[in-house]
Design a protein around this ligand. Structure first.
Ligand SMILES: *Cc1c(COP(=O)(O)O)cnc(C)c1O
Length: 439
């Protein structure tokens, strides 16, 4: 029963607005938002689902958890984790983002005072890093790059693609549907496991607008399989006068010996692609972006298409991308390079105080890159029931839960976060112990 007396105990809005933690949150939240959070908590107390004595702490919790995406320590060992926003930005890219957040010369030449090409600096950085490309264009993401390339180059004619490359990229989005969504027609050739040069040749005889090759980045076909390389497709494209577009997926600028099956811009362009496409926030380690590198002629056809305006990258992306390409090793690069011995030393240092065990644990590239390539390392093994407490702790930690064990892999955690991680593990173990005593 909620009595009038207990209702009178519910703290008033003005008092709650002045609580120190609420005043602090009001530096980033406006009064309308704060009052609305307060009113929600007060009505819970009026309805009896919250005791008046808990109103203050509930309001503080509500304002503190409102506002932004929450930073997470990625303890999964998966370097490019789609659910965690893929690549974390380098400090250089973060600084560039902040610098670009005000007025900037994104489309202006300050020496002449005239309008300039948008994102000229990001374009120059990409061309400098990948001399095999004559021109570059940056759009919103990899999917946008693919839609723009196939729409601008194929027009109403067919996009010729192998059945082995009709992939789903995640969250139910399928490349074939994406391409067809703008009116392009797909002309599928070959079979799921085997496609030959002749299959392409046959298709190119009829109304073909472009040849598309997609790196099947998130799965592998092994066994009785065959596909046609970019180098083999080049003469076919020439013979039929159609452009050759290659979606490499992950955005390596040059070959990486650790990832031998992962295509890269330089090799694909050398092999004869007119257009190569990748995401900016996978192995390149930059912001979400669609990178389009290729011949001057093909890139300019894309840049002039009306869709290019709808898909263009914003100034923040351009700034962070440029800083990523010209900067030092990205966090993604450092995580990939994480040394198994060093990961073990760090894991043991954190495991010892809580009496946990360290086990061998392979990390993954993730983000649909290099499926099946293990990254040798180590993880702290904790009881599975600790995982929810790690996720909801401060800082939030995302472990990997596998075979009934909660694994904390340090590969993707910068070493200077080890102390925070250690504290988070101790706190989560404590909460879990309290929880199991109470139940
Ligand atoms: C990831 C990926 C895409 C989609 O790129 P987004 O940047 O996520 O839009 C397209 N093609 C391939 C081969 C990919 O790996």
């Amino acid at each position: 029963m909620v009595t009038d007396d207990s209702r009178r105990l519910i703290p008033r809005t003005d008092r709650l607005m002045e609580l120190p933690a609420v005043r602090h949150a009001r530096q980033r939240l406006n009064d309308r938002v704060v009052r609305s959070l307060i009113h929600t908590v007060q009505s819970e107390a009026r309805s009896g689902s919250l005791s008046p004595g808990d109103v203050e702490s509930a309001v503080v919790a509500a304002v503190e958890s409102t506002g932004s995406l929450q930073p997470v320590l990625n303890a999964t060992g998966i370097v490019v984790h789609t659910n965690l926003g893929r690549a974390p930005l380098s400090s250089g890219a973060v600084n560039a983002l902040i610098a670009a957040s005000g007025y900037v010369d994104v489309e202006l030449d300050l020496t002449t005072g005239r309008r300039s090409g948008r994102g000229a600096a990001a374009r120059a950085a990409l061309l400098n890093a990948c001399p095999a490309a004559e021109d570059a264009l940056v759009v919103n993401n990899g999917a946008a790059a693919l839609v723009l390339a196939t729409t601008a180059l194929a027009g109403g004619a067919g996009v010729v693609i192998s059945r082995g490359e009709l992939i789903e990229i995640g969250a139910g989005f399928r490349l074939p549907e994406l391409i067809e969504s703008t009116g392009a027609r797909l002309h599928e050739v070959g079979t799921t496991n085997r496609t030959h040069v002749d299959d392409y040749a046959e298709a190119l005889g009829s109304n073909a607008g472009c040849l598309l090759k997609v790196h099947p980045s998130n799965f592998r076909i092994t066994g009785f399989a065959a596909s046609v390389s970019v180098r083999q497709l080049r003469p076919l494209a020439d013979a039929h006068g159609v452009p050759l577009v290659v979606d490499i997926g992950s955005g390596l600028l040059a070959p990486d010996p650790r990832l031998p099956d992962e295509p890269d811009f330089a090799s694909v362009l050398d092999a004869g692609a007119d257009i190569a496409i990748a995401s900016g926030d996978k192995l390149l380690g930059g912001p979400q972006a669609g990178l389009i590198l290729g011949t001057r002629k093909a890139v300019s056809r894309l840049a002039r298409h009306p869709l290019a305006r709808a898909l263009r990258a914003d100034k923040l992306t351009l700034a962070a991308l440029e800083a990523t390409v010209v900067g030092q090793s990205t966090p993604t690069e450092l995580s990939l390079a994480g040394d198994a011995g060093r990961l073990r030393v760090r894991a043991e240092r954190l495991a010892a105080p809580v009496g946990a065990e360290v086990v061998e644990h392979d990390g993954r590239v993730g983000g649909g890159g290099a499926p099946g390539v293990p990254l040798a390392g180590h993880a702290i093994a904790l009881p599975e029931s600790v995982a929810p407490f790690l996720r909801t702790g401060n800082p939030a930690v995302l472990p990997r839960v596998h075979d009934g064990v909660c694994l904390v892999d340090l590969r993707c955690i910068p070493e200077n976060d080890d102390e925070r991680l250690g504290n988070a593990i101790a706190a989560a173990l404590h909460e879990q112990a309290v929880g199991s005593r109470e139940s």
